[in-house]
Design a protein around this ligand. Sequence first.
Ligand code: ZN
Ligand code: ZN
Length: 289
Amino acid sequence: MKQSLVNLLPPATLAAILAFWAFAPAEWVDLPWMLPVVGLATLAFVQGLELLFERHPGWRINRRELATDLFYVALSYTVIGYAADALIHSPLRALKEQWGIATPWLADMPFLVQAMAVLFTFELGQYWMHRAMHDWTPLWLTHAPHHHVTQLNAAKGFVGNPVELLLISIGVTALLDVDKNALFASFMVGGAIATYAHANVRADPPIWYGFFFTTIRNHSLHHTATSYEDTRCNYGNSVIFWDRLFGTYRDGESALVGQDDRKRLSIREQWLFPLRPWLEKRKAGAGAG
Ligand SMILES: [Zn+2]
Ligand SMILES: [Zn+2]
């Protein structure tokens, strides 16, 4: 396939997802498995593209990486998903009811406006949460495992300490009144952008796409192994527009990703990472005693 066509794959995927939800009949939208099936199909599609249009040979998927990635995808779709609903979204929906918070004007907007309003609102929260994670050590300890990945692949956006995964689920979108189709479209579009932004796919989307949405080029720079300081840019998980607005946007790309000595962490190490300072202190104390 010609490179110019490969570059159109991310926007074409977004267009397909938007069209699917724009025209999906209500009975489809109400099927409980529809959202995970569309989400996982998109993920599998982009993972497949890595095999056809590789960006960096050093990021090539292997069994160990794929097994870890799939573990986190399963975790996110089950435990993290349920926990986020029970701890964040359900209480917000109750609050919305109790306080009579309503945005009926939003539900009257065109489908695309609703979907983008939800995406940009959710991503504004994500932006500040992610930026805080790079600015405050206790939060960084939960986010660092995501930066310790030593290669980028379609499902790497799911990889991280479970506390971080829950923290980045925080959002106020449960307070908004929107059409269910538009809500699902915003989830799926945000997910697809973040998937491409982590994928080892040689697609560099058109300028307009990269103006609003995060690309692998700019997100790989956020994962750079050159120094911790160099990671403090391009925080937008799928909406890079917020970085442009708040002055943290940086153009560039990094093929070498990871943190510190670029040692790959096991799942156990990823889960214990926030306790590291305490564990090291204890170990040092034991050594001295
Ligand atoms: Zn980060
Ligand atoms: Zn990332």
